[in-house]
Design a protein around this ligand. Structure first.
Ligand code: AMP
Ligand code: GLY
Length: 441
């Protein structure tokens, strides 16, 4: 392939030092993806003294300040593999699920390349709701009672005998639209007919599960087979507007230091959910080798699983990784090569991050609005969807930026984050003013 980058090294770019590339012992890392999550990963890698050069495919305008962006799609497995071989990439780190589902880990490993992420087969823990529910039931992991169906009449008969609301989940990738919370039988009938008779999302099954209630939170762990290294807990805010109103989004903000989780809750979730899931995947012959994300809920009957994801969460990663005090290269490299790593060390500080999104998101929105004032902001700014146009940073997606601040407590972090956001000038952005509201109620 024709991509050749005779690049200045990262240190040369960042610190302005002259370094002979052939004398560098530092590592070259390729990060796959181009959102806020990947910006946070690139930022964490750039703090590693072992990492010399970071490439990111495709990256974005902010990532381009800390890494070299490549014009390759995150699902272009052959192109990425050819690049990694040609440029002697020491380690590749995969952000998006689409790249894992495209088999990037299998292809890289077959070519002898080291890569952090799960095999295509292991991503079933995220891509198939039925697989995940079976795993939980077999290994005694707490979750809502369920049954799965491919027949409309059978599904309807089951739902009729269960309490409402009922939760109906299409068993496959449905661009975030495959979950319906039906308030009554009529609504359930319509949703089941949509999924099982009209095959709106494809020919998959439907998982019908009991409705649970309580605060949701995210538990991200690095997992290498049955070795599980927990990260700080975080909470996403999925609705577009203040007070958790408006349409569902990819996430409008996140924070760590959850007020409603006790140390006992966390220990339970680690032992009974995250470790059991990792061990279960080993027993199924599908060992994990990346991040396992537990989407959990604290119900009156204890902590239960809502879903698993096979990747870093977005926007959770942007608030979690700044707290890592260990060298992230050691963790990625250890997990990718099946080598135990020292227990990661995390700061006792908390973080709070607010997403700035294009007006209209998650519906229709315009791109290309100029963003000013970024150089004045005294906070970590993860770019989620930005581009460069005539040397200016412009909006390039629905979610555009995430501003993250840390503090000794959430009040401190919140005050700082909103003050810093005030310095950003752009007439086409909006954001929530109540991130971490559960900590202040
Ligand atoms: P999922 O794609 O499985 O994460 O579902 C999307 C969202 O639907 C979750 O974040 C929850 O807010 C909600 N949800 C899913 N399953 C349940 C459940 N069993 N009870 C209540 N809410 C649920
Ligand atoms: N924060 C939701 C997700 O990453 O799926």
């Amino acid at each position: 392939m024709g991509l050749v980058y005779p690049l200045p090294s990262r240190h040369e770019r960042v610190h302005g030092k002259e370094i002979q590339l052939e004398n560098c012992l530092g590592k070259t890392v390729l990060v796959v993806g181009g959102g806020g999550r990947e910006h946070a990963i690139v930022d964490a890698l750039s703090r590693s003294p072992q990492v010399e050069q970071i490439y990111c495919a495709p990256g974005n305008a902010g990532i381009g300040e800390q890494a070299f962006n490549l014009p390759l799609k995150d699902t272009d497995v052959e192109g990425l593999k050819a690049f990694a071989l040609e440029h002697q990439v020491d380690l590749t780190v995969v952000g998006p699920e689409a790249a894992l589902a495209a088999g990037i880990v299998d292809a890289f490993r077959a070519a002898g390349l080291r890569i952090f992420g799960h095999t295509k087969a292991a991503t079933a823990i995220e891509s198939s709701k039925e697989f995940a529910k079976k795993l939980m039931s077999k290994y005694d992991i707490p979750t809502a009672a369920y049954r799965s169906f491919s027949d409309y009449e059978e599904a309807l008969a089951y739902v009729s005998g269960r309490p409402f609301p009922a939760v109906l989940k299409y068993d496959g990738l449905a661009a975030g639209k495959g979950v319906v919370i039906a308030q009554d039988l009529d609504e359930a009938r319509r949703a089941l007919s949509d999924m099982l008779l009209d095959h709106s999302f494809g020919a998959g099954k439907v998982v019908v599960e009991d409705y649970l209630s309580g605060p949701e939170f995210s538990f991200l762990c690095f997992v290498d087979g049955d070795r599980v290294y927990p990260m700080p807990l975080s909470q996403d805010h999925k609705r577009a507007f203040d007070g958790d109103t408006g349409p569902n989004t990819g996430g409008m903000g996140a924070y760590t230091g959850l007020p409603f989780i006790t140390p006992e809750d966390r220990a339970f979730a680690f032992r009974e959910i995250m470790c059991k899931a990792a061990q279960g995947m080993v027993s199924e012959g599908l060992p994990l080798s990346g991040v396992l994300y537990g989407g959990l809920m604290k119900t009156a009957q204890g902590i239960k699983v809502i879903e698993f994801n096979a990747r870093f969460g977005d926007p959770e990663t942007e608030v979690v990784l700044p707290l890592l005090e260990s060298d992230i290269f050691d963790i990625f490299d250890g997990v990718a090569s099946g080598r135990p790593v020292a227990e990661p060390v995390w700061s006792d500080d908390v973080t709070l991050g607010v997403v700035l999104a294009s007006k209209g998101y998650p519906g229709h929105y315009e791109k290309g609005a100029v963003i000013g004032g970024l150089d004045q902001v005294d906070a970590q700014v993860c770019h989620m969807g930005t581009a460069l146009k005539d040397g200016l940073t412009v909006t390039g997606g629905g979610r555009v930026l995430m501003v993250v601040c840390r503090g000794k407590d959430l009040a401190q972090a919140r005050e700082k984050v909103y003050k810093e956001i005030g310095k950003i000038q752009c007439d086409n952005l909006f954001y929530r003013k109540d991130i971490a509201h559960q900590a202040f109620e």
